[in-house]
Design a protein around this ligand. Structure first.
Ligand code: NAD
Length: 458
């Protein structure tokens, strides 16, 4: 504990030395991180295979590639983002000029989960470095191979008073840190219950937070949708990483006119993607641990299995599974599934489908399959969600021009690209007033100046 406290004090001193703030420093660290990740690419693949049975291609597309792309975007734009922005000044302050500076936040804490253990820790880190901060990284204890590798990489390239990795049981180490030290920001990705604990601890010290949480993200397949494409994109978005994706389509609402066709296409697609032996398929991963495995197997009883349903606890394998005849009142329709079990429920009217979506808290993601512009407008305008896609799933996450984050129960704040830089800096407004013009009407005595004030204060 004393060691931890002194490490945190070291980070504070290093931040106070202003060493992290120059453009040259930030750029150099990002370049170093990029080079090192490239050098460690094979080890990253091995670690993600060990933790989640991710193949090399998936690891690149959903982890390493996203981190490298984020570094590239930041390196290309950082100089411009860091420049103070000149903004207009209102009449009452004539002839002042106004600027918005982007100030680093200080010492920030980034906490990540196990499901995308590399990118969910390093994308926020890139923004934190770009913002000129010192950082404590807390990777998940449930993806030990990746977390150990990240610790090795970070320790190798960054001094611990600049970026420090703290591993171990989150409940112990995070609360120990947050109780004993005032972070300037906490960026948390993970479950809703832990998000609430983090928010409470942060509130004690008035620490601002980003909370990237989860929830039940629906996919809606309308009667006019391209069913073949919908089945492919839903199967991809759901079963990648064995369904352990915060933005995976959690369940499908499909118009009854096309339900049978959709289910058949979904079965066909699953077979094409993962064969009839998903347990030994290169493209299919595993469940993170026994606790999650047992929870997921429990969901299999919540409906009629249309395809899949096989499982093996020793291999932490659960087949890509589609369920039908699921009651909207069953547990699987109220808890975030976070695994390869997909309930498919028929509906007859848009209103009926909306009612089912609104039985749960605001989702992190939302997917609509339709070619009807009016249907699209109605859903997008009426349903609140963190972010989403029309005729697609998951891929919006990879577009750094879009802010990624939740709303309501699915989170607070957003990041990616410029939005991450904005998250890890504070807009510091400064107005500069020349001294050559100093009108007396702004000073007391004010009596009799009301009309004048009403004229220019508007
Ligand atoms: P988790 O909340 O159990 O753990 C996340 C992190 O919090 C870990 O580093 C852990 O050590 C730490 N932690 C755990 N208990 C803690 C406590 N009491 N106090 C402080 N820190 C604690 O989450 P998880 O199970 O690893 O992740 C799954 C959840 O995360 C799902 O709900 C999923 O939807 C969500 N998620 C969200 C996003 C997103 O971007 N919004 C991304 C991935 C996962």
């Amino acid at each position: 504990m004393t060691d931890l406290n002194s490490s945190l004090a070291d980070l504070r001193s290093y931040y106070n030395s202003h060493s992290t703030k120059s453009y040259a420093f930030r750029k150099k660290q990002l370049q170093l991180l990029k080079q090192t990740l490239l050098a460690y690419e094979k080890e990253i693949e091995k670690a993600l295979y060990a933790d989640l049975k991710k193949n090399a291609e998936e690891t690149y597309a959903t982890e390493t590639g996203l981190v490298l792309a984020e570094i590239n975007v930041v390196l290309k734009n950082l100089c411009r983002w860091m420049k103070p922005e000149s903004v207009e000044t209102n009449l009452v302050n004539f002839p002042s000029s106004s600027k918005i500076y982007r100030d680093p936040l200080g010492v920030v804490l980034i906490i990540s989960p196990w499901n995308y253990p590399l990118q969910l820790l390093l994308i926020p880190l890139i923004g934190a470095i770009a913002g000129g901060n010192c950082v404590v990284l807390k990777p998940s204890e449930f993806s030990p191979a990746t977390s150990a590798l990240i610790e090795k990489i970070i320790t190798e390239i960054f001094p611990s008073e600049y970026i420090k990795v703290i591993t171990g049981d989150g409940a112990q180490v995070v609360s120990a840190m947050m109780k004993n030290f005032r972070f300037d920001y906490v960026f948390y990705t993970g479950s809703i219950p832990v998000g609430k604990i983090i928010y409470q601890m942060a509130a004690e010290k008035l620490v601002p937070v980003t909370l990237e949480l989860g929830g039940k993200s629906p996919a809606i397949v309308c009667a006019d949708a391209n069913i073949t494409v919908a089945a492919k994109r839903i199967a991809f978005g759901k079963f990648i990483n064995t369904g352990q994706t915060c933005i995976a389509p959690d369940y499908v609402l499909v118009h009854n006119a096309v339900k049978e066709k959709f289910i058949n296409k979904l079965k066909e697609t699953i077979m094409k993607f993962y064969s009839d032996d998903a347990a030994n398929n290169y493209n299919y991963g595993k469940i993170i641990n026994e606790k999650r495995f047992d929870k997921l197997v429990g969901y299999l009883a919540d409906g009629k299995i249309v395809t899949g349903g096989e499982y093996n606890r020793e291999k932490l394998f659960i087949a890509p599974t589609v369920l039908e005849n699921v009651s909207p009142d069953s547990p699987i329709m109220h808890e975030e599934i976070f695994g390869p079990v997909l309930p498919v429920i028929g509906y007859n009217t848009t209103e009926e489908a909306m009612n089912i979506v609104e039985r749960n808290e605001t989702p992190l993601a939302f997917y609509l399959f339709t070619n009807d512009k009016n249907e699209e407008k109605e859903w997008v305008e009426k349903i609140s969600f963190g972010g989403g896609c029309i005729n697609n799933t998951d891929w919006h996450f990879t577009n750094h021009h879009l802010p990624f984050g939740g709303v309501g129960n699915s989170g607070i704040g957003a990041y990616h690209g410029k939005f991450t830089f904005d998250t890890f800096t504070r807009a510091k407004p400064v107005m500069k007033t020349p001294t050559w013009f100093d009108p007396s009407f702004k000073y007391p005595p004010l009596k009799g100046k009301l009309k004048l004030f009403k004229w220019f204060i508007k």
